[in-house]
Write a protein that binds this ligand. Sequence first.
Ligand code: GLU
Length: 446
Amino acid sequence: MKATEVIDDLRRRFPNEPEYLQAVEEVVTSIEDVYNEHPEFERYNLIERLCLPDRIISFRVSWVDDKGQVHNNMGYRIQHNNAIGPYKGGIRFHASVNQSILKFLAFEQTFKNSLTTLPMGGGKGGSDFSPKGKSDMEVMRFCQAFMTELYRHIGPDEDVPAGDIGVGGREIGYLYGQYKRIRNCYEGVLTGKGMSYGGSLIRPEATGYGAVYYLQEVLKHENDTIEGKRLAISGYGNVGWGIMKKAAELGAKVTYFAGPDGYIHDPDGVTGEKLDYILEMRAKDPMHCKPYADKYGVEFVAGEKCWGVKDVDVYMPAATQNDVRMESAEKIAASGVKYYIEVANMPTTNDALNFLRGQKHMVVAPSKAVNAGGVGVSGLEMSQNSERLSWTAEEVDAQLHKMMKNIHKVSAEAAEEYGLGYDLVAGANIAGFKKVAEAMYEQGVF
Ligand code: GLU
């Protein structure tokens, strides 16, 4: 099947999965040239095989709340592709989770993991359960119920889940405890673990740090530097916080950040003890950013996002998928800001992304490259677990930095090779695709 036929076919077969179709379309349209260059790929119907997940596991998760009431959630694991390594990718606990969202995330993860150069395939899982507003004991009972089914599908050489939205250190701890109890086996089956039981230093910061390292490479390419740069971001969860911290360390600053209730403008930047306050604020339910404005006497704009503000140098959407739609993209383009660096998985709708890529004054970078540092350090956690050793923070950070430089380099080179200029979006798709496609081709039809 030709690349475009694959998209039409998937549209017909999965009409109710818009996020999945969106992710597939974004990648498939940009790898068409590479695909057409390899007639053997078409003979092997490789694109279609790469778009369809190897396996979808779905199950009911029943758990008891603190009042003795029974709740039923849905649990999923999408094992998308293991051509280059065990399935690898996070678990998301959020009320919005459904099969389409997890399929898009597992698909994206496959290319992202390929870019890290580490041997990791792609997968994703989750549940429509939200830990927000639940007690620790409720979260624990839910995680135990979730793992009671999931354990039979995962393993250190089979599928290695980790965190994502709604799944942090606490959830990973409960999930790991239950896995160990059922399997009676102490092994590196999850990443993002606590430091006392096999976690890696720098893992919590890795996605945000990696995004800033990648930004540095983009700036270098444009004969620019990070010093003094003002960043506008959305989201101040784990990833946003990592960006704030690393930016401050390197002489840049986050001057705008947005939350669910509106956005903050702090011209002095989020630095020093304000970084600790962000941690405090994000643990609250509901997760509102207005208290930051009250505490530090800065501007808060209710109900708005910070896209379109002019007194910044870089935009970094770091909240969740489809945060930036056409309306925001138009404001972003009109602001004259040069750098649009995606961080959250698929934060831009396809029409908005194509519109931004078409702006001559802008450089656009894709999330599957920019946020790959998170899963990259998960890969390093797997290596440490296999070695039964723990590396120093400096060692992990140095490897992360090297990885991000390399991801930028191979993406830029891939785009150049296909005559696309400095197109980091297409470059990441092409570089990520090539490795997985070659591995699938060499391993035959399966
Ligand atoms: N959930 C993260 C991602 O989207 C990390 C996955 C992992 O560490 O396995 O890449």
